[in-house]
Ligand binder design. Structure first.
Ligand SMILES: NC(=O)c1ccc[n+]([C@@H]2O[C@H](COP(=O)([O-])OP(=O)(O)OC[C@H]3O[C@@H](n4cnc5c(N)ncnc54)[C@H](O)[C@@H]3O)[C@@H](O)[C@H]2O)c1
Length: 350
């Protein structure tokens, strides 16, 4: 199978590439513009592999995307390239609209041009898997879950730009017949996540004895999924999902932000008892403007239709994640020096 992965040098994209390359017949092309959030070290394992090709390009560059489709000749496109940090979208939304909306449009156009020229059998098998987020549905209260039928109600510039991209992707199916699949996934955790996001930021701050910031009272709830489970779900969707369908993907592990941070602190206490309790480093800081209270995902459709369920329990997955950051300073230390030193982002609307 030949795959094109956009955003493959990012967190979920690189996990997906590792999962895809485990299969000996995979031919993989990665396209990534190498934004601040990318790390080529995440793909270093494939350097020199004749089954792997990397292209540094912007998905907003239509001609470049058309050339790439022609060279890669994918059986499936996994579209993950995006601006992804909510706090950065609050400070400046332009890059989010550009990449997430305009870039998705350019990629769809390139995919459509490529797909319309495929022989009938290959065209029938082709899938454009659009990787989106549960954040497009806005906030839940204490009860209830998002399903594929939940109306869109995004709160942040990030989630609004992802919502826009979801609608555009579905329109390319309904209008032009492009065989798309949309997934709306909950928060991911795991190896190789850029250290501006809650879990890696907490681990790295705790490791150096720096304050651990928790927004508001830490009561906001997310439904955490291990990134390796997400990668498995995306591959299953590319192979089995009917064109035009949407699937929710979630971990079934609802935790408040404070619970997540306390889990990390406990894992570090066990590893470095001389510095315990790491929870002493927790500081409650001003909340994120427009902070959605709770997300929870009902995954019964993907379980029923595709047979996918998360396999990695939250506690085991978090233990593996903390261990990965402890063992891979070579991966994150250059990012901390070059791209992000841990400063607070996303207060400009507050
Ligand atoms: N992280 C999560 O918890 C989560 C949950 C649900 C859905 N998603 C979605 O999954 C996808 C991947 O998320 P992530 O957390 O891995 O993101 P990330 O920020 O770690 O990686 C994004 C990658 O996209 C690349 N990129 C950005 N703009 C680009 C452009 N214009 N052209 C080419 N490449 C570009 C970046 O260089 C980076 O390598 C996103 O679409 C995101 O909305 C993420």
């Amino acid at each position: 199978m030949k795959y094109l992965v956009t955003g493959g040098a990012g967190f979920i994209g690189s996990a997906l590439c590792h999962a895809l390359m485990q299969e000996p017949d995979t031919e993989l092309t990665v396209v990534d513009k190498l934004s601040y959030a990318a790390n080529l070290a995440s793909l270093a394992a494939f350097a020199g592999n004749p089954r792997y090709r990397f292209a540094q390009a912007d998905i907003c560059d239509g001609p470049a995307m058309r050339d790439l489709m022609a060279v890669a000749r994918p059986d499936a496109v996994f579209h993950l390239a995006a601006e992804t940090h909510v706090d950065r979208s609050i400070d400046s939304a332009a890059a989010f609209i550009q990449t997430n909306v305009v870039g998705t449009y350019q990629l769809l156009e390139a995919a459509l041009q490529y797909w319309t020229k495929l022989p009938v059998e290959e065209a029938a098998r082709f899938r454009f898997v659009h990787v989106s987020t549960d954040e497009v549905f806005g906030a839940l209260g204490a009860e209830g879950q998002f399903t594929e039928a939940t109306p869109y109600d995004p709160s942040s510039p990030y989630s609004a730009s992802k919502a826009g991209s979801d609608h555009i992707v579905r329109a390319w199916h309904r209008t032009y017949g492009l065989p798309v699949v949309v997934s709306n996934c909950s928060n991911n955790y795991g190896a190789r996540q850029f250290p501006e996001k809650l879990i890696p930021l907490t681990i790295l701050n705790a490791l150096r004895g720096a304050p651990i910031s928790v927004y508001g009272k830490g009561e906001n709830v997310r439904d955490w999924l291990c990134v390796d489970d997400h990668a498995r779900a995306l591959i299953a969707l590319a192979r089995m999902a009917p064109a035009g369908e949407t699937y929710m993907i979630g971990g079934g592990a609802e935790r408040t932000n404070l619970q997540v941070v306390n889990t990390i602190c406990s894992l570090l206490d066990a590893r470095f008892p001389e510095r315990a309790p790491h929870a002493n480093l927790i500081r409650f800081v001003a909340d994120r403007p427009g902070h959605d209270f709770r997300y929870s995902v009902n995954c019964s459709k993907i379980a029923h239709d595709i047979g996918w369920r998360p396999k990695i329990a939250f506690e085991a997955g978090m233990e593996g994640t903390v261990r990965w950051y402890l063992e891979n300073e070579d991966w994150w230390a250059p990012l901390r020096a070059r791209a992000y030193t841990g400063q607070r982002l996303g207060l400009s609307a507050g």
